[in-house]
Write a protein that binds this ligand. Sequence first.
Ligand SMILES: *[C@@H]1O[C@H](CO)[C@@H](O)[C@H](O)[C@H]1NC(C)=O
Ligand SMILES: *[C@@H]1O[C@H](CO)[C@@H](O)[C@H](O)[C@H]1NC(C)=O
Ligand SMILES: [Zn+2]
Length: 301
Amino acid sequence: MFSKQTPCYRLLLAFLFFGFVASGETWHYGHEDTWPKMCKEGKRQSPISIDRRKSARKNFSPFIFKNYNKIYSTMLKNNGHSAEVRLKTDEVLTVEGGGLQEVYILDHLHFHWQSEHVIDGYRYPLELHLVHYGKSYGNLSNAVGNEKGVAVFSVLFDLSPDDDVEFTGFIALIDKLKETLDKGERLEDFHIHDYLPRDTAGFYRYLGSLTTPNCTEGIVWTIFTNTIPISESQVKIFHSLKTEEHKELTKNYRPLQKLNGRKVYLKVSPIHKSSRASSLLNAINRDMFLLISILTVSLLY
Ligand SMILES: *[C@@H]1O[C@H](CO)[C@@H](O)[C@H](O)[C@H]1NC(C)=O
Ligand SMILES: *[C@@H]1O[C@H](CO)[C@@H](O)[C@H](O)[C@H]1NC(C)=O
Ligand SMILES: [Zn+2]
């Protein structure tokens, strides 16, 4: 009797559970085995571990950012999986160039702690995702699921000994939001410019997926090689955000995924090269100065 009932009971449980997961309502970090099918069976998944020496050098044109140099009013939210920033403006922030095949529009920003992408074996303390959709699709949900419909820009933060003053207001608001799920707090004076590295010419490029369910593929990834400094105490504030179950969200990065033969391209920033060249020039100038000084002094005596 009991053994007859068990399969039925299991089926019901499985059914309920599958419905729960498939509805996309609930998913958790640390339980990736319960994520939808694509997350487990996809062959072009994100995040990945990037090896600088193994990436293919490619000379992409520079990015053209429009309206990224202004100050915006924003809504900041703890969605139970991340801290999310949405701009409250009629302005359209677009990016093109950099090997992208169309103009992309910024949808929102969110953070992962620690970083999802690992560069040369190093996992950074914080990673920012700027999620964009292809202009031709009109909105993000329309764009997801189309090859190259969505472009995510990733900014890595590295530890510095001092608090970064640019982020003080933002971090204070995150601290305020840690207990409140899905209720937004307004953040005025959001300098989106401060959330991009000063030099955006150097970056990695590959085709991957969303790093959260349902792990849709065909996402164009751009990971800037230049990082932004942040202090350890500022990073710690992110760790105090609470999940739906009122547990501390101490980790919200997905495990590394297999490359499966995908190519990772690297555009080396020309600024990086020229800064090396200019320091060489400085060294030459310094020697010239020394020579002239010696000559002047020896003429005087
Ligand atoms: C996205 O655009 C489509 C039409 O192209 C519309 O049906 C849909 O409601 C939009 N979604 C959102 C979230 O605005
Ligand atoms: C995954 O997302 C894509 C794009 O939004 C959608 O077409 C697809 O139906 C989703 N799959 C599931 C299982 O929710
Ligand atoms: Zn993300």
